[in-house]
Design a protein around this ligand. Structure first.
Ligand SMILES: *[C@@H]1O[C@H](CO)[C@@H](O)[C@H](O)[C@H]1NC(C)=O
Ligand SMILES: *[C@@H]1O[C@H](CO)[C@@H](O)[C@H](O)[C@H]1NC(C)=O
Length: 406
């Protein structure tokens, strides 16, 4: 979630508090991507090629018609090995996109580090984000375009991206997820035949249950029923990059509120964040998501369940044949699928009690890395993440790999 979440949550809270949400309803749903994009407006061109890495753009079409951008990154040009190492698919979190893995220096950012270690790095971008390319028939202006939650991101976007990488590379894929990317991963891993495609997974801030989330800001919004309010107002796309959103964010952070403190109360205290880079992060974050997704996440917090989207009694009966939405069964994740997890003592979103719940239901015993001082953002943006986390993760991935070439 990281900085993006801060912006979004701040906005929602302040909008609600000042009762001006209605006024902004139209601009909130407004599409900021209407201008035709220049051909070089790609993640490869923005962040990856300028750092000297080779990068190619791919498009994956999901089972329900979304066109997702996927980037393939390998080690700095000139050092490319004859044979690529094993494929790793990076799955970002909520209100972020694939750029999240490349926002710090090449020595600090996981996307670059994995490429330098010889991995064949694939960068996922879920529907609705800047680097994904729309839909075969729907436009971002259609409310149907935004009719999804993390359930579809898991069962369509992530599963279809894994299949694509598996097909192109003809190798089993390592999956790395952060935050919402771990919800998606755990759901995808409950699906049949996943073992044929996935070698192992590394999860940063793993989430399946959100019952014990401690973030005061998130809890306050949940109690205010902001999710229901937004949907009731006909707002389907949550897009905070419109002009008014940027202005409002600036005015909120400029003198009125200490945005560093806000970050702490939402994500937990981040030990190792580079505050002088916030402006740069905000050039890319936040990415849009759907109001329905926010609602589904809030349902998890309210009910303490890890279930499909709750439509209410009658629609649940019609869609699921039962009054309550079916739960995702972590017990279906293959025992033989190697898992590695890193979690933080100061993470207000991925709580340690919830993680213990997840671990109890998993058939296997994942390798665990606990970082007492880490908050939710640190796992992506800590200046010390390489030594604190990524070196351990890479050790795990290499110990699982079947190929000897990396
Ligand atoms: C794309 O091309 C335009 C015009 O040549 C240039 O000004 C811009 O910086 C380029 N953007 C990126 C991300 O490379
Ligand atoms: C923090 O970000 C600034 C601005 O990009 C950069 O100059 C500095 O080297 C970064 N600090 C660390 C410790 O990485």
């Amino acid at each position: 979630m990281a900085t993006a979440a801060v912006a979004v949550l701040t906005l929602l809270l302040c909008l609600y508090a000042s009762q001006i949400l209605a006024q902004f309803a139209v601009s909130l749903t407004g599409n900021t991507n209407q201008r035709p994009r220049p051909p070089n407006d790609t993640l490869c061109a923005h962040l990856i090629e300028p750092a000297g890495y080779s990068c190619s753009e791919h498009t994956v079409r999901t089972k329900d018609g979304y066109l997702l951008g996927l980037q393939r990154v390998s080690s700095r040009t000139g050092e490319i090995k004859e044979e690529r190492g094993p494929p790793v698919l990076l799955q970002h979190g909520l209100f972020m996109a694939g750029d999240a893995w490349f926002l710090d220096s090449a020595e600090q950012s996981l996307g670059f580090i994995l490429a330098d270690y010889g991995f064949d790095v694939w960068v996922g971008n879920v529907r609705g984000t800047r680097w994904s390319h729309g839909h075969i028939s729907l436009s971002e202006k259609d409310k149907e375009f935004w009719d999804w939650s993390w359930q579809e991101l898991a069962l369509y976007d992530l599963t279809d991206m894994i299949s694509y990488v598996n097909l192109i590379t003809n190798a089993k894929v390592f999956v790395v997820g952060h935050s919402q990317g771990t919800i998606m991963s755990l759901v995808a891993f409950t699906q049949p035949d996943i073992e044929d495609m996935v070698e192992a997974a590394a999860l940063l801030c793993p989430i399946s249950y959100l019952e014990y989330i401690t973030s005061p800001f998130v809890l306050r919004m949940v109690n205010m029923h902001l999710d229901q309010m937004i949907l009731a107002m006909g707002i389907h796309q949550l897009n905070f990059r419109s002009d008014w959103g940027v202005n409002l964010m600036d005015s909120i952070c400029d003198g009125h509120l200490d945005c560093n403190d806000l970050l702490t109360s939402i994500t937990g205290k981040n030990c190792c964040f580079n505050n002088s880079r916030v402006d740069f992060y905000l050039e890319y974050e936040p990415h849009p998501s759907s109001s329905k997704n926010l609602r589904h996440l809030f349902q998890m917090i309210r009910k303490g369940t890890f279930s499909k989207y709750d439509y209410g009694f009658f629609k649940n009966m019609k869609l699921y044949g039962q009054s309550k939405p079916p739960e995702f069964d972590l017990g279906h994740i293959p025992k033989s699928l190697p898992l590695w997890m890193a979690y933080g003592g100061n993470d207000n979103l991925a709580d340690v009690t919830d993680l213990q719940h997840t671990l109890k239901e998993l058939p296997s015993n994942p390798e665990l890395l606990y970082l007492e001082s880490y908050g939710h953002v640190d796992f992506i943006l800590s200046i010390d993440a390489k030594k604190d986390i990524y070196d351990h993760m890479i050790g795990f991935l290499r110990s699982q790999g079947k190929r000897s070439s990396f």
